[in-house]
Design a protein around this ligand. Structure first.
Ligand code: PEP
Ligand code: MN
Length: 364
């Protein structure tokens, strides 16, 4: 479409950067100036911050609107902020915010998205829709549809990862197959990868950003703060301008259009799914071992031997039955469960041995 703000570029990714939250006028102006000098496309700063827990910094609110106005007027950098209510939309429009973004918590709630859509009727402004917190493609699609029905033509999406399983190395698991599926439904829609909220930490931002580019994402979003450790929100994941420079310099754009890019897309998506499942497998196994250790402690406190053959036979039989109902052979399930069982027993024995040492030492 002509005159769209979100035009997919083949030669350079769209870069959106700025602090998680606007904290002061000075912080906003300094960060925006530095990012403008680096040709960033869009400056982000949250004014109304949806926080998981109360009594945390909830943003400066409308006080920051004139700061964003200064960024666009004095520095000439387009600005965006998160809107979660109709009132936020009205205020952002009043202060000339260039682009609105809908946050992950809001996309999760169709009532909220609808309220924003109603406030947007008759308005022509680009809108970015983040994926919902939970891995539900339909909820994301529903959010896009509501904004489309309100008459907004210029829509892009941000992939910020999903709350999928605790304890992964990510703050929000990427589950790449979901944004890839979304992209295949809307090939013309710009898709931006929010590496900051996926990672929740600084050390893996680069690898996730590269992975996003390799998967043909059209842009990257990253949180930048003059003093990340003392940021009022998302302190662990924000980076300094110098780190932003390093991140950008490290990225390789693979735009040589492969004839078979559909194949590349598909195989990458499948491989990513395998990697994530393997990751979860290891974590589940670890949790199982921790439980076995707790059982070991309990048995020891009650003077009960480790090996309970009857219980073990029941576990094995039930696993084999379940496995067979999913088409796994008996041989396979048996060998996997025997290996798990052996490892659990070793963990329990270690507990007994360690506390045996401890109690002998205590009695000496
Ligand atoms: C943010 O971008 O700062 C934010 C709150 O993100 P999300 O809605 O993805 O959690
Ligand atoms: Mn943030």
């Amino acid at each position: 479409m002509e005159n769209q703000y979100f035009q997919i570029r083949e030669d350079a990714p769209f870069i959106m950067a700025g602090p998680c939250s606007a904290e002061s006028e000075g912080q906003i102006m300094d960060t925006a100036r530095a990012l403008k000098a680096r040709n960033v496309d869009l400056f982000r700063a949250g004014l109304w911050k949806p926080r998981t827990r109360p009594n945390t910094f909830e943003g400066v609110g409308s006080v920051g609107l004139p700061w964003l106005k200064r960024v666009r007027e004095e520095i000439g950098l387009p600005v965006t902020t998160e809107v979660a209510k109709g009132r936020h939309v009205d205020l952002a429009l009043e202060f000339g915010v260039d682009v609105l973004w809908i946050g992950a918590r809001t996309t999760t709630n169709p009532f909220s998205v609808q309220e924003i859509a109603d406030a947007l009727k008759g308005v022509d402004i680009p809108v970015i829709i983040k994926n919902p917190i939970n891995p539900d493609l339909n909820l994301w699609l529903g959010g896009i549809e509501r904004i489309q029905v309100a008459g907004i033509r210029d829509i892009s999406v941000i992939h910020r990862g999903f709350n999928f399983f605790h304890n992964t190395k990510y703050r929000n698991s990427p589950l790449w197959q979901i944004p890839i599926e979304l992209k295949s439904r809307f090939p013309e829609m710009m898709i931006i990868c929010d590496v900051s909220h996926i990672c929740g930490r600084r050390d893996i931002l680069g690898s996730v950003a590269q992975q996003a580019l390799d998967l043909y994402f059209d842009g990257i979003m990253v949180e930048v703060h003059p003093d990340p450790d003392n940021a009022k929100s998302d302190a662990k994941q924000q980076i300094t301008i110098d780190e932003f420079d390093e991140l950008m310099a490290s990225l390789v754009l693979r735009r040589q259009k492969l004839e078979n890019s559909a194949y590349v897309h598909e195989i990458q998506g499948l491989r990513n799914q395998i990697d994530e499942l393997d990751n979860h497998l290891i974590q589940i196994l670890n949790q199982r071992m921790e439980l076995a250790e707790s059982i070991g402690r309990l048995k020891m406190a009650n003077n009960i031997p480790i090996l309970q053959s009857k219980r073990w036979k029941e576990i094995l039989q039930s696993a084999v039955d379940k496995g067979q109902s999913f088409g796994l052979t008996e041989e396979f399930t048996q060998s996997v469960f025997k290996a798990i069982h052996l490892e659990s027993i070793q963990h329990q024995s270690r507990i007994m041995k360690d506390s045996g040492h401890a109690s002998r030492a205590a009695s000496r």
